[in-house]
Design a protein around this ligand. Structure first.
Ligand SMILES: [Zn+2]
Length: 227
């Protein structure tokens, strides 16, 4: 095997070579003083492992709309579509009904489905967080002004100096304990507008799952979207 491209990092504290695959790339951590020849000989030795892991497919985003099911607060909803006179959604038990207008162009139906499901998640986001927030805010001794859903690509929530909180609608795809962590996180920003040790201490004091929740989000965020 030819040695694949890799990122090399020397560390004075290291005693042994370490190989890692991160985001589809090979990373090498090496003790100071090891030569490139020695490092590449080691990579050659581990070629079977490297090849297997480098070619592992990137995590796939499930096609929720195509599958006809939606993750929702730790449950699965069945997605059912009916042709009707207008575009709307209705939640009935564990079924989310999508009404699609017969006047929609056929090529746009999928886009309409996506839009309606996103509207459903956004509306549930506002309902869920507005229901949970008063109790938690009181327990933390904090006051907020308003809670809305947000459509963010790279963050789960936000808090501004006016006390307005926003939560990514994609959070409705996660179990409730993840949403609770996010709520505590954004409420804590009412007191600390940063991610200082004091901030994390406040979060931890009101949410024992904070560390686990952050890990869960890192590991699961790839499927929390509509494509
Ligand atoms: Zn934050």
């Amino acid at each position: 095997m030819a040695v694949p491209a890799y990122q090399l990092r020397y560390s004075a504290r290291r005693r042994t070579l370490q190989l890692q695959i991160k985001a589809g790339q090979l990373w090498v951590a090496a003790p100071v003083g090891l030569s490139v020849r020695q490092i590449e000989a080691f990579i050659q030795q581990k070629s079977a492992w490297v090849e297997q892991h480098l070619s592992a497919p990137l995590p796939q985003v499930p096609d929720w709309l195509g599958l006809g099911e939606l993750p929702y607060l730790g449950r699965r909803l069945q997605l059912k579509v009916v042709i009707d006179v207008l575009n709307a959604w209705t939640l009935e038990g564990d079924t989310l009904w999508l009404q699609l207008s017969s006047r929609n162009k056929a090529v746009n139906q999928r886009r309409w489905m996506q839009q309606l499901v996103q509207q459903f998640y956004a509306s549930e986001t506002e309902l869920w967080f507005n229901t949970q927030a008063p109790g938690l805010a009181a327990a933390m001794g904090l006051r907020y002004q308003a809670i809305q859903s947000g459509d963010f690509k790279r963050k789960w929530g936000s808090c501004n100096s006016k006390g307005e909180l926003q939560f990514n609608w994609r959070l409705m795809m996660a179990p409730p304990w993840i949403c609770t962590y996010l709520l505590v996180h954004e409420l804590a920003h009412l007191q600390h507008m940063n991610h200082s040790p004091d901030f994390w201490q406040l979060v931890a004091a009101h949410n024992a799952d904070a560390k686990k929740a952050r890990l869960w989000l890192r590991q699961n965020q790839h499927w929390m979207q509509l494509i």
